[in-house]
Design a protein around this ligand. Structure first.
Ligand code: ATP
Ligand code: ZN
Length: 225
């Protein structure tokens, strides 16, 4: 890849983390010229450019060196890290700092009529999720023999459709679970938005820009706390 002097940060294009991510960067003094397609935004105040992408793409963009930093839910980072480990690989991205917004948890939920009395209650069940690596790892660590059913979305209706007995999904208020007659049984991961970066930090000018941005983020978060 061509060497690059400017730092690149990826954030979610549109979704739950978009506004707070862009707000954080703007509080750090970053200003961007929005391009027409709005995927790539040129940084005007500093040599830091913005990439607007799907949250799931952020760890890969960092691992491939396309971006230096990203703002993404710990749940996404942890799932891709866990999936890499299950393949026997070492992920090239890591969590650098938690950011204090986008809080939620990855939880196992059961239909209201099913009792939960510890992890062994899940033995023999089919559990639908979009987080197969984290779910598989947790079940294994608890010694539970359950089947993980991988879905790409609408996990909460799987029990009603009969494609699974239980689910493992993100929960914040619990309203979605309640609307689908599901009850949270146990949380397996506490999540919030985090700053992610490469396991090998950039050197030279980009390295200095990254240090500067990290210091500014630190300052903005301390003022908020
Ligand atoms: P994309 O189109 O970028 O793939 P998405 O549908 O995967 O978007 P969103 O629903 O916008 O993602 O959620 C982004 C992140 O917001 C989640 O990965 C999670 O970290 C956080 N989040 C906070 N609360 C919730 C919640 N109740 N449900 C889902 N995600 C939540
Ligand atoms: Zn996504």
């Amino acid at each position: 890849m061509k060497p690059r002097d400017r730092l690149r940060i990826a954030v979610q294009k549109s979704g739950r983390l978009s506004d707070a991510s862009q707000d954080l960067l703007s509080r750090c003094g970053l200003r961007f010229r929005h391009s027409r397609d709005k995927l790539f935004c040129f940084g005007e105040s500093l040599a830091i450019d913005l990439l607007l992408v799907r949250d799931d793409d952020i760890p890969g963009l960092i691992a491939d060196g396309v971006c230096d930093l990203g703002i993404v839910g710990r749940n996404v980072l942890a799932e891709q890290e866990c999936a890499a480990q299950l393949r026997g690989e070492t992920p090239a991205f890591e969590e650098l700092r938690s950011l204090g917004f986008g809080r939620c948890r990855l939880s196992i939920a059961l239909p209201q009529e099913l009792d939960y009395d510890g992890a062994s209650s899940l033995d023999g069940l089919r559990i639908a999720t979009t987080y197969p690596a984290l779910t598989t790892q947790w079940l294994k660590s608890e010694g539970v023999d359950a089947k993980v059913v991988v879905l790409s979305g609408s996990v909460e209706i799987a029990p009603k459709l009969g494609t699974a007995d239980a689910i493992c999904d993100l929960v914040s208020t619990g309203a979605t679970l309640q609307a689908n007659q599901l009850r949270e049984a146990i949380g397996i991961l506490e999540s919030e938005a985090v700053l992610a970066g490469s396991t090998t930090a950039p050197k030279g000018e980009r390295g200095e820009l990254m240090e500067l941005l990290l210091r500014r983020i630190e300052g903005v978060i301390q003022v908020r706390e």
